[in-house]
Design a protein around this ligand. Structure first.
Ligand code: ACO
Length: 330
């Protein structure tokens, strides 16, 4: 069974509740039908009921097993607005601001997850990454002991024997534009956890990527990766992590053994940690477009409760798969 099918089946065993705030978006409405029919999750769509139903009618979609909630008519509206005010009043948020923000389905969805009325949230078919992330970061925040949320992609590369039989985790490809060495070390740890939890890779091998391998180039950008590797190795001694490595030294066994002899991971890396968001975002899209890899994500790692973002170019199937992945993070 392939990874995606297995994620969908595992999700249906958990059968968590996922809120989809973009309830009047066509692909989201179509995905809601598949998710509920396949029992991947219990779905809540946010939006004005007649508008959601009009989209369902237009797309010939059956929403009989889906819950529709209009935020402004919800019994919980006042409670959520008050919760938001309490969470953000020390940041200067007024009660009036809190009421206005709670009308925004992305905030309402994050408040549902924070209060336990939903187990996770998926959005981004209509909204930018920043707009999806901001309410989640402000309300749900990071898990205990984690300073930064980051975004990983599970890359499934066809006809590829590298990595874990062609499967890799790439990070950070979505959130932190210019991570510090400390943040990079944490991204390495969270990405290894994602590889174990979502992909089933038992022994992740983490490569801290650079344009230099083991001192072949000298530059302050390389120094950051060297420092991040040192922090990660000290802080997470149980993980197999090495750096700084060029991409070929990380994933190609022959290059790894010649450029980084003695490294425990060079040539066998299946978790790629990019030095910044420009490299990570470009890198995953290159592999997706040129190698025709399946890119699942971004998986938001380090969030206190699961929230995941979609690409605005996503397909109905992408939404279904992201919901399955979100259930597995619950
Ligand atoms: N982890 C945890 N918390 C964070 C993080 C993070 N990585 N980044 C910001 N925050 C917190 C801040 O501490 C702040 O909390 P506070 O208000 O309680 O003090 C809150 O989130 C808002 O932070 P700001 O810095 O004010 O918000 P900003 O508008 O900068 O948004 C964001 C943060 C959305 C993550 C921003 O860094 C961003 O836009 N990143 C790039 C996203 C992007 O465009 N990715 C590429 C496309 S995605 C793709 O192609 C798949």
């Amino acid at each position: 069974m392939d990874l995606i099918q297995s994620m969908r089946e595992k999700a249906s065993q958990k059968y968590a509740t996922i809120v989809l705030p973009e309830g009047t978006e066509e692909r989201t409405v179509q995905a809601a039908q598949i998710i509920s029919k396949e029992k991947i999750a219990k779905v809540i769509l946010l939006g004005e009921k007649s508008q959601v139903e009009a989209v369902a009618q237009k797309t010939n979609t059956d929403l009989s097993e889906v819950t529709i909630i209009n935020p402004t008519e919800s019994d919980k509206f006042k409670q959520y607005a008050q919760a938001l005010y309490e969470l953000r009043k020390n940041k200067g948020l007024t009660e009036e601001d809190a009421v206005n923000l709670t009308k925004n389905p992305l905030y309402f969805g994050a408040l549902m997850v924070n209060s336990g009325d939903a187990d996770g949230m998926v959005a981004g078919a209509q909204n930018t990454t920043g707009d999806v992330l901001r309410p989640a970061l402000q309300i749900i925040k990071t898990e205990k002991g984690i300073s930064s949320v980051s975004g990983a992609f599970i890359m499934i590369v066809p006809n590829c024997e590298l990595g874990s039989n062609g499967i890799f985790v790439f990070a950070d490809c979505a959130v932190n534009p210019n991570p510090t060495a400390e943040q990079l070390a944490e991204i390495a740890y969270l990405s290894a956890k994602t590889a174990i939890k979502l992909v089933g890779i038992e022994e992740p091998k983490v490569g801290m990527l650079s344009f230099s391998t083991k001192g072949s180039a000298k530059h302050e950008l390389v120094d950051k990766v060297i420092e991040a590797t040192k922090i990660a190795q000290e802080r997470y001694p149980e993980l197999a992590i090495d750096g700084e490595l060029q991409l070929d030294a990380a994933i190609v066994p022959k290059v790894g053994s010649s450029k980084a002899p003695g490294s425990k991971v060079a040539g066998q890396v299946n978790v790629l940690v990019f030095p910044d968001l420009q490299a990570g975002n470009i890198g995953y899209k290159l592999v997706q477009r040129l190698a025709k890899a399946e890119a699942i994500g971004p998986v938001l790692q380090g969030m206190n409760k699961p929230v995941n973002d979609l690409s605005r170019g996503c397909s109905v199937e992408d939404i279904v798969n992201t919901v399955a992945m979100t259930v597995l993070q619950c």
